[in-house]
Ligand binder design. Sequence first.
Ligand code: SAM
Length: 281
Amino acid sequence: MFDPDSYREQSLRTWGEMAPGWRDRNDWMMSITGVVNDWLVEHADPQPGQRFLEVACGAGDLGCQVADRVGDEGHVISTDFAPEMVEVAGNRGNERGLSNLEHRVLDAEQMDLEDDSVDGMVCRWGYMLMADPAAALRESKRVLRDGGNLAFAVWAAPDRNPWAAIPGMTLVQRGHMDPPEPGAPGIFGMADPDRIRDLVTGAGLAEPELEEIPFEFTYPDFDDLWDSIVRIAGPLANAIKAQPEDEQVATREAIKENFASFQGEDGSYAAAAVTWGVLTG
Ligand SMILES: C[S@@+](CC[C@H](N)C(=O)[O-])C[C@H]1O[C@@H](n2cnc3c(N)ncnc32)[C@H](O)[C@@H]1O
């Protein structure tokens, strides 16, 4: 039975632990997933002088892109519920010298922000991980002014995302994770377009525009692919770390075997990824 309070506690701890991995793999991540940020920025359409909110910012590159668009007269509040992620994103913002970008710890399910206080919002790969995405979307509606845009991304179905489905399936097969419960939070928790529409409109937001954004995760070798799992893949990393050393080694081998058909002749790996881009307001 899904327990939202213990899920929240565990999720906060897990993502805090993942922050160094997101910092260290940020250039790799951006080189692959920048196309998704571009879709979100283009559809959220931040204008010079506007005040924007990013939730679940992780390492914070999307917020930087929005800050570039709102310019010196505008303001971006880039937020995450894990203080360790906010620190990574804050350092990233400082490196970029963006004076219109602020970082804050903020739980998207319970936002410490006034009603109608932002002109627009973005979120990449956050809502489907939240214990109560309906509450987070209601909060988004509350803080977003009338007519403002909310652009967000959530992962499409597992069969379109072998990069994540294969390690997840391997962990379930080895008994290290439970199979995902329908409707429970998780990487594929909002993959069904009807669920996206129900959650969005149920929060009082407009009928969403949905678009599939396809791309590909690539890894120079299996060491790199494994590193990406154990250092950034939240719940999967957690499930692996909970195993004794010998079982971690066996799990690594099993995942490698299950990825064999994605390996090229040069030893590199490439696996498809598809995310939903969602625009509402
Ligand atoms: C998969 S990462 C995505 C990070 C970043 N948006 C990106 O796409 O690179 C998910 C992020 O959601 C954050 N998160 C999860 N639940 C949250 C909540 N209830 N409120 C705010 N942030 C949350 C985690 O701390 C983590 O940084």
